[in-house]
Design a protein around this ligand. Sequence first.
Ligand SMILES: *[C@@H]1O[C@H](CO)[C@@H](O)[C@H](O)[C@H]1NC(C)=O
Ligand SMILES: *[C@@H]1O[C@H](CO)[C@@H](O)[C@H](O)[C@H]1NC(C)=O
Ligand SMILES: *[C@@H]1O[C@H](CO)[C@@H](O)[C@H](O)[C@H]1NC(C)=O
Ligand SMILES: [Zn+2]
Length: 426
Amino acid sequence: MLKVFLISALLLLTSQAAKYQRTVKYDNEILIRCPTGVEGMKEFLQRDDVDVWRVTPDGLADIRINKNLIQGTDIILKQCTTIADVEELVQQFENMTASVRLHGQAQQEWHEEYHRYDEIYDWYKELAEQCGERCQFNSSIGGSLEGRVMPAFHVGSPAVGKIYFQCQIHAREWISGATCMYIADSLTNNPEGLDMISKVLDDVEFIFVPLVNPDGYEYTWTGDRLWRKNRRENSGSACIGVDLNRNYNDHWNEGGSSSNPCSETYHGVSAASEPETQNTQSYFKTNGPIIGAIDWHSYSQLILRPYGWTNQDSPDETQLKEIGDEMSEKIKAVFGETYTSQKSIGLYPTSGTASDWFYGEDATSTNGAYRAAGYTVELRDTGSYGFLLPPEQIIPTGMENLAAVLEFAQRLIDDPIPNPNNSHKK
Ligand SMILES: *[C@@H]1O[C@H](CO)[C@@H](O)[C@H](O)[C@H]1NC(C)=O
Ligand SMILES: *[C@@H]1O[C@H](CO)[C@@H](O)[C@H](O)[C@H]1NC(C)=O
Ligand SMILES: *[C@@H]1O[C@H](CO)[C@@H](O)[C@H](O)[C@H]1NC(C)=O
Ligand SMILES: [Zn+2]
């Protein structure tokens, strides 16, 4: 704990310059909640000018939309309820994070605040340096579109295999990156001296790619707090960005993604067209065998297993369901929070997602003896703050998900999923 505190204190000295500013205002935007099952809603949800923040397992969608767009859409007006004014929500978040900075400085702790790209990069580097031989910092697995390097952090030893985590693929989901840091810190420094941590680290190496979308993430600090995609300038369109989590080379463009560059789920011009997608795919493939992988998102509190692109069960459905259900149990045991475990398509169809790719054919083809159990975890909360989760929830979110991660790792150590196409069968 002391070491963690020291590097945190050190980094704080350099972090004061990291100012947050916002140029995009959301003056006419509201958050509405609509039942997904009623007539006309399906078409509405597929419009490229609505931003679906989440869909609940029992069929409600939270949608950010410009007030002017819903005028004249009768079904929408009758079925949906307004839950917030978006500009006010964002300001509330900004006021909350500002007060952490003003009042918390004396014994400021790293995990009680959100951090910029540079700070996160340095933090992982320091974490690896003070950890020594059990850890490794890769300063660059490749560059983003705007030329920011994407680092990776490793801890543990791969006696059985490796577990791969990627974070912050969606820029506005700040709790994703923060939770990954909490988990990386806990695994590395084991401040509570948990036996389970040292045991797991003897068998698996954890790989973190903490900043999958560095350009988009920086833009949420310097321009638009609610930005989701990367910062691709799309040819022939004034709209910016590709949704990286629809851009993976697995059943790309087979539903649940958009070909309109203005959509929040724009899948790009081709599978893995984006450097951020390419870098993560290639890092995953050169670091096998990977026995499990999680793409960390927010919000909704869900544990999603394959597939997103088809209703069919995966061949490992029984095991993948058991793992997801058990992670959910472990989370609940910490603070009583409910994370619903379900198939990804049970929420809504998606294709070209990272977690389907982890488990899919392309990734498996180079993964040696095993096939990665691939999940998307949607972190806190269930809609009170959404993407604008107060920083005081970083540590509790980290704690409950650390419990899930340890369960995830242990189950896969005990029973990794075999690669059905591996020629060197035991
Ligand atoms: C945020 O703080 C400003 C300045 O103190 C205040 O005017 C504003 O009402 C606050 N907004 C919210 C949503 O709390
Ligand atoms: C970091 O990752 C890149 C991409 O896989 C690789 O080329 C490089 O050798 C790695 N660096 C270290 C220090 O392992
Ligand atoms: C294994 O190989 C077969 C035949 O090429 C292919 O159809 C199947 O999708 C592969 N399975 C995986 C998990 O890659
Ligand atoms: Zn997301």
